[in-house]
Design a binder for this molecule. Structure first.
Ligand SMILES: Cc1cc2nc3c(=O)[nH]c(=O)nc-3n(C[C@@H](O)[C@@H](O)[C@H](O)COP(=O)(O)OP(=O)(O)OC[C@H]3O[C@@H](n4cnc5c(N)ncnc54)[C@H](O)[C@@H]3O)c2cc1C
Length: 304
């Protein structure tokens, strides 16, 4: 493994300055569950690792019924998973977080690292997309916000420019009639990544009989996690029915551009895209009807 320097700054400004001065040779270190493996295998090179875990902003985890959920980039899956507000208000996000690795990985792996690693198969990304999450990015010119669906541009590549890093993710509070779900297919539950993943969210009208809007996103079927806006647009305004769900699943399947690799064939992935989209939509509708995602949940929390 290549030698590297390690630094653990205490502020966002220090990180920006280090990233700006060192360019491609510097990498952010969060939990290291992707990065250290990649460095050891020579798949990434870096002469400087910048550990962000001492910076307060990246460790913030707070939920407010008006502004929603703020997830610091370095917050681990373990911290997210034992937070009652998130479990109660965002069960669709929990579907994805709880699938990432086993117990040891959950204790290290961060939500920001899962996104910034930009794997097409990362479980959190389709779930974040259907929850309308935005990335809050700090850099030499200040802060900017980008929807999660625009963040990954190729396998392992993001829109981050020199000097920039992800500070937190912001997720709006669920509207009345909101429900979401994430499902994945993988032959082994804890130590493998998705053959296909599918996230869905819906907002139903007051009678729970029609779609007000919907969002669908797929994982592991394209070079980046895939937002399929046309599937949601097709559902908007239609009555909830098996036929409508089936058609949305067909639209999502048509958007998938999978490859064949050691985990599955392109044909299997296309088939799974439709099956998982349909099931994720059904689960999201069920949650919307049960009112499991409630913005007025009896939790108001903030923690570091
Ligand atoms: C055994 C095992 C099982 C796994 N199972 C799953 C699984 O089932 N599903 C799944 O989705 N993933 C899985 N993973 C991968 C998962 O652990 C990682 O994707 C993890 O979430 C990355 O977070 P991290 O904090 O470890 O990031 P790191 O490894 O520290 O960083 C990952 C990458 O993101 C960059 N980065 C990190 N934070 C930032 C930031 N704030 N701003 C800019 N760049 C940043 C780093 O420079 C690096 O390139 C598994 C990994 C292992 C080892």
């Amino acid at each position: 493994m290549q030698d590297f320097d390690y630094i653990a700054p205490h502020s966002v400004l220090e990180v920006i300055s280090l990233l700006s001065r060192n360019g491609d040779q510097a990498r952010i270190l969060s939990g290291g569950t992707d990065l250290l493996v990649q460095l050891r295998e020579g798949r990434r090179n870096a002469t400087l690792l910048i550990d962000i875990k001492r910076i307060p902003e990246v460790n913030e985890l707070s939920y407010d019924p008006v502004t929603g959920l703020r997830l610091g980039a370095a917050v681990t899956c373990h911290r997210i998973g034992r937070n009652p507000a998130i479990v109660h208000v965002y069960p669709g996000l929990m579907d994805a977080i709880s699938l990432i690795g086993g117990v040891q990985i959950q204790g290290r792996a961060s939500i920001g690292g899962n996104l910034c690693n930009a794997s097409p198969a990362a479980d959190s990304i389709p779930a974040l997309i259907v929850h309308k999450a935005t990335c809050v990015i700090a850099g030499p010119y200040g802060y900017r916000e980008v929807p999660v669906e625009e963040f990954c541009i190729a396998p392992g590549q993001t829109i981050l420019q020199r000097g920039e890093f992800l500070v937190w993710l912001q997720i709006p509070p669920p509207q009345p009639g909101f429900g979401a779900a994430y499902l994945r297919f993988t032959p082994r539950n804890e130590m493998d990544i998705a053959v296909v993943g599918a996230g869905a969210s819906v907002i139903l009208d007051e009678s729970h009989a029609s779609f007000v809007s919907a969002r669908i996103a797929l994982g592991a079927v394209a070079p980046t996690p895939l937002f399929v806006p046309e599937a949601g647009e097709w559902l908007a305004g239609r009555p909830v029915s098996a036929e409508a769900i089936e058609e949305a699943a067909r639209i999502a399947q048509a958007a998938a551009r999978p490859i064949t690799d050691m985990r599955g064939t392109a044909a299997q992935r296309r088939h799974l895209s439709a099956v998982l989209t349909r099931r994720a939509l059904e689960r999201a509708i069920q949650r919307a009807r049960e009112g499991t995602a409630s913005p007025s949940a009896p939790y108001f929390m903030s923690s570091h």
